[in-house]
Design a protein around this ligand. Structure first.
Ligand SMILES: C[S@@+](CC[C@H](N)C(=O)[O-])C[C@H]1O[C@@H](n2cnc3c(N)ncnc32)[C@H](O)[C@@H]1O
Length: 223
């Protein structure tokens, strides 16, 4: 039995259970399971607003220059819409139809032109290889089977143009099981450093109360 974490709704699994399964084989992590979570009511991971760490970043003196960005596991798209509002050319990807369906009218209402893809993120390459200046990550990394994390890091690198950056809010909680599967800053470094120069990896100071002390913001440049 998995501990009840902010995302789990009785369908979570332990990472040891998942270690012999790929994402597509694991029912709790399938597109169908995520779609059911959206259909069953308010998704517990949905902040209803952009991640505070992204707001801080885009308001800072070190804000990334406007460019093309892809949001992986974008959900209802609060982060994707926020980057689009700031002038980024955003592609939002999620394999749950309800997530994309919720995003589309919001983009239209705000007169924002986003590319919306209902796709498995692991099917994006080669089609979208090298096409983006930024990869936006917020609670997708913690939603996939941990055995797929090396593939995720490679995917992020493959999607980026030379010199592109991964802008990520990592859920660094220490509870067992998931989703959301936790991680540590050390594990993040070990995973991404072969492919990325880590520009910043630091605790998020202004997390929402439910995630306080459990988020790290990472900014990494593709090698
Ligand atoms: C915890 S939710 C986070 C959603 C959004 N980033 C947010 O913060 O509200 C994880 C999202 O990743 C999506 N997802 C998980 N695995 C995926 C995959 N392999 N391909 C595409 N989307 C995926 C799920 O459908 C879900 O919308």
């Amino acid at each position: 039995m998995t501990a009840q974490t902010p995302f789990s709704q009785g369908s979570g699994q332990s990472s040891s259970q998942s270690s012999s399964q790929s994402s597509s084989q694991s029912s709790a992590l399938s597109a169908t399971a995520w779609e059911q979570r959206y259909q069953s009511g308010t998704p517990r991971w949905d902040l209803g607003q952009p991640a505070p760490a992204f707001k801080t970043l885009l308001e800072s003196a070190d804000a990334p220059q406007v460019g093309s960005a892809i949001a992986l596991g974008a959900g209802r798209g609060h982060d994707a819409l926020f980057f689009a509002q700031q002038g980024f050319a955003v592609t939002a990807v999620d394999f749950a139809p309800s997530a994309i369906a919720a995003l589309e009218p919001q983009a239209q209402a705000q007169n924002l032109s986003l590319q919306l893809l209902q796709r498995d993120i692991f099917d994006l390459v080669p089609e979208f290889a090298g096409q983006f200046s930024y990869v936006i990550e917020h609670t997708c990394f913690c939603a996939i089977d941990p055995v797929l994390r090396p593939a995720y890091a490679q995917l992020a690198a493959d999607l980026l143009a030379p010199g592109g950056e991964l802008l990520a809010v990592f859920f660094t909680h220490q509870r067992p099981g998931g989703p959301p599967f936790g991680t540590t800053p050390a594990a993040v470094r070990q995973l991404f450093e072969p492919l990325f120069e880590v520009i910043a990896l630091e605790p998020v100071a202004n997390s929402m109360p439910s995630r306080r002390g459990e988020e790290h913001f990472g900014r990494m440049k593709k090698r």
